[in-house]
Design a protein around this ligand. Structure first.
Ligand SMILES: Nc1ncnc2c1ncn2[C@@H]1O[C@H](COP(=O)(O)OP(=O)(O)OP(=O)(O)O)[C@@H](O)[C@H]1O
Ligand SMILES: [Mg+2]
Length: 260
């Protein structure tokens, strides 16, 4: 396995592992009790933020890495970092709150349910809400593609299980990627046709030139998603051998079929 080159700050953290872990243990003893998850859900807002901690990978273990993160369920993450490197041995812990925090041992199914995506998708299918968007944010190698791919799979399966029970819905898909200021269609023929993103009002965005495809079956829908993923630009970076080099957006439209 290739050992990555370590920056001075990473070397410093590894060298001070014992002191840092002592600091983290001391910090844990100061934690206040958290609100229960059911109270949180009752207060949920229009936009919810979730944090997922990526487990350490083999290549992290190979260079002696250890976690600087403590998860306090259900919604707080504590992150420890060196404070003043020149003085040595000083560390600080910052705490962040989200709707829920998922530790590195939490699997994709638990994340899907913990984010209450099944409920949100259900609301869309019942036309109680018009739109549901899931976005992933984080630095390279933190698991955005890993998590969103798993969420996409589950959303698609859930939608299909629901719509196949009646003949009143049609499902359409659009997919494009944004590279810098330009956007490209991931499902056009020929592929990568330019897409113009136009903001026409405070909350109205139009995608001029973007192709839309009806998916008559689940395999068709999965095939479209697979094609879009294969076309998406990826490249190897220091931190991620399969790094996504663009922002990809997959849009599913569920339409009510007009009947006589
Ligand atoms: N929860 C997880 N459990 C196990 N492995 C994970 C998890 N999250 C991410 N990984 C692994 O970590 C590596 C980086 O993940 P991923 O490619 O999803 O990062 P990314 O945030 O999309 O990065 P980039 O911005 O470079 O595209 C991959 O090898 C992936 O399989
Ligand atoms: Mg990625």
């Amino acid at each position: 396995m290739e050992t990555p080159t370590l920056t001075d700050s990473v070397k410093y953290v590894i060298h001070n592992k014992a002191l840092i872990q002592q600091h983290m243990a001391q910090h844990r003893s100061t934690w206040q009790p958290e609100q229960s998850a059911s109270t949180l859900h009752a207060n949920s807002s229009l936009v919810e933020t979730f944090i997922r901690v990526r487990p350490l990978l083999d290549k992290d273990h190979a260079c002696g890495a250890f976690s600087l993160i403590d998860v306090q369920e259900p919604r707080t993450l504590h992150f420890t970092q060196p404070l003043v490197r020149a003085l040595g041995g000083r560390f600080s812990t910052k705490s962040f709150k989200a709707s829920s925090v998922f530790g590195s041992e939490v699997d994709n199914d638990a994340v899907y349910n913990g984010m209450r995506v099944p409920h949100a998708v259900q609301e869309c299918l019942a036309f109680k809400t018009r739109e549901l968007s899931i976005l992933a944010y984080g630095q390279t190698g933190t698991g955005k593609t890993y998590s969103t791919t798993a969420l996409e799979d589950r959303v698609v399966q859930q939608i299909w299980t629901a719509v196949k029970q009646d003949s009143h819905h049609s499902v359409f898909i659009e997919a494009f990627e944004i590279r810098g200021n330009a956007a490209f269609d991931l499902l056009s023929d020929p592929p990568l046709a330019p897409v113009k993103v136009l903001v026409t009002g405070a909350s109205d965005v139009q995608y001029s030139g973007l192709s839309r495809h009806e998916a008559p079956s689940l395999p068709d829908l999965l095939d479209y998603i697979g094609r879009a993923k294969d076309l998406r630009l990826t490249r190897s970076t220091v931190k991620n051998s399969a790094s996504s080099r663009s922002h990809s957006i997959i849009r599913l439209h569920i339409c009510w079929k007009e009947t006589s």
